[in-house]
Design a binder for this molecule. Structure first.
Ligand code: CMP
Length: 135
């Protein structure tokens, strides 16, 4: 069993897509073990994406992630990290396979509707960032 941090980003929350996006995960037998809505400050968003600090897209990403409410979720399941990333699709929605969340709902590479931990190492940092009790 693995745990992964999953985020429904502001563009998707604003468009009332929380339920539809979570249903992709539940349909794949991934279990919600933590969930809350967060209104990220610039500091919280910057800390979460610290690994990208210095990249050309970083400032825009931090500004966007603090532009509205997100839903942060901890999902648990067999091979959860890889399976969730496949369900999300490529980072750039225009390159995401049909049937994935980003192909269905993503607007742009920044407004790509969802985030998911990309490794056991990142999950190990990202889960306790928002859920200290679940680390
Ligand atoms: P996410 O999976 O949340 O991880 C980092 C985010 O940075 C990514 O999704 C995108 O929303 C955003 N981003 C913006 N531009 C790029 C880029 N050129 N390459 C990767 N990520 C980008």
């Amino acid at each position: 069993m693995q745990r992964s941090l999953f985020i429904i980003k502001p563009d998707a929350v604003k468009r009332n897509l929380i339920g539809r996006i979570l249903s992709y995960m539940e349909a794949a037998d991934l279990t919600v073990v933590g969930l809350r809505m967060v209104d990220m400050t610039m500091e919280v968003a910057a800390g979460f994406y610290k690994v990208h600090e210095g990249k050309e897209f970083y400032d825009k990403l931090v500004e966007y992630m603090s532009s509205g409410r997100s839903v942060v979720v901890v999902l648990e399941g067999e091979d959860a990290i890889n399976r969730i990333r496949k369900i999300c699709g490529a980072t750039d929605p225009s390159k995401a396979d049909e049937g994935t969340i980003r192909a269905a709902f993503g607007i742009s590479i920044t407004m790509n509707s969802v985030h998911a931990s990309d490794s056991t190492e990142s999950a190990g940092q990202e889960v306790p960032y928002f859920f200290p009790d679940l680390g």
